[in-house]
Design a protein around this ligand. Sequence first.
Ligand code: ASP
Length: 585
Amino acid sequence: MYRTHTCGELNISKLNETVSLAGWVQRVRNLGGMTFIDLRDRYGITQLAFNEEWDHTLIEDARKLGREFVISITGKVIERSSKNANMSTGEIEIQVEKLEVLNAAKTPPFTIEDETDGGEELRMKYRYLDLRRNPVRENLLLRNRVNLEVRNYLSKLGFVDVETPFLIKSTPEGARDFVVPSRMNEGQFYALPQSPQTFKQLLMVGGIDKYFQIVKCFRDEDLRADRQPEFTQIDCEMSFVEREDILSTFEGLTKHLIKEITGNEVGDIPRMSYDEAMKKYGSDKPDIRFAMEFVELNETVKGQDFKVFDDAELVVGINGEGLAKYSRKQIDALINYVKRPQVGATGLVYCKYNEDGTLKSSVDKFYGPEQLEKWATAFGAKPGDLMLILAGPADKTRKALNDLRLHIAEEEGLRDPKVFAPLWVLDFPLLEWDEDTQRWYAMHHPFTAPYPKDLPLLETDPAAVRANAYDLVLNGNEIGGGSIRIHNKELQNKMFKFLGFSDEEAKAQFGFLMDAFEYGAPPHGGIAFGFDRLTAILGGKETIRDFIAFPKNNAGRDLMIDAPAALDQSQLAELSLDIRIAEKN
Ligand code: ASP
């Protein structure tokens, strides 16, 4: 037997017991005639004590141990002379009687401590060492807890976990597919699912009624900072439901998870239309942990010969409460921030509402005190506040102001990771016009049902057709999204046509679904949560990589196993493939 206990469980109640422990050497400290070793496993750290007077050879052996050696020991639990109140095992140590080296270890390339000296790439390459660090392990344990809570909650409601295939055909989530060549079908390829969307709909046609799956999805996208080419969804679908049924079911799940995982109680989840979100926050995933809502100022500011405002489609601002104290330097930093190409504003107008009640703006030449009073009223500003205003084309300006709002909130510590503010965003437009390809795209995916009463608009004003779709936003992140689906073949056909699919294309790609709709498809709808991001946010963090055991880097590489990689000639031959790398244009 390697161990009788783990390294995290012994305490003063076990005094004088003989125990065996196994684990990794975290640290060896030699102090005169004594040597102490911190022995670590998944559950904690226990101090091992060796004394020249107890056993001369044993202490010699202990002194030879290096970091991360795997050992097992047997010894007696004794009381420590200098106790450590921060550790659950801090009152005891083990007087070691027997030591066995189970495996030696090379010196690790970075320190296995909470604060490590290893950079991200190095830690990814040796991820199995990184996993030994507390913060990484705790993230995985948290992920496991969220997973279990989801399973239990949904199972109690009658949801059935059904696995769907990975070797499939293109699914329409709007990203590129990862493809897999088929050996048995020369020259043909499977696509990996961007989501199980079509299968979960077929499960509804199959009468499963309530489905869920915690499932890998694959999307070949350019990886912005915090995306992974393979990621996990909590994927769900329900039959005989209307939007309200879905919202209330998954509102329940969301509140349950926040409560169980973080201890926070959240009330009813507020709802906002897409239009309102864009108008008030310039984003379809507003962070509502703090206010700073947009105030539109066209009526208030135009007509004073200030060309920038007069010529702008939209003049819009936010009120930074208590920020009139900002120095010239801080304001310049904000101006530089909005002018960054990623933000894209041409300038920033500000107006300080000083504590003494006076108003001081950066455009005093055009706006006298009376005018500025009007601004303050529009903003609902009070002494001590700082009004910040952008002007320009409406969409671009809203986007820039959203960036500025989040930037200020970040700087001011308003994005507290321990506060949880979920929000439903509803009534998305069904369609999005793409300038480059000059065609309409489904904003969610082509199976999303339009609002029935908006249907006639499809011919006359497609941009105005609303989708029966919803997103769940948590702390400014989209953590879930779904829709009521089209369940009728004619409407689905019409939608495909509208989206530029020819009859043949629609049939080739989604014929199976259209066929299924002819055999009694129930009304249905669903939602999918981004499991990695949800877990990260519940863990109070932003990076999903930290919550994935073996993540990939921004170039889609697994640095540990060194994938992707070229194939052997023999493998290629089996697949009847001949590789020639075409030049990219
Ligand atoms: N399949 C969708 C997605 O991955 C979610 C859904 O509509 O249920 O975004």
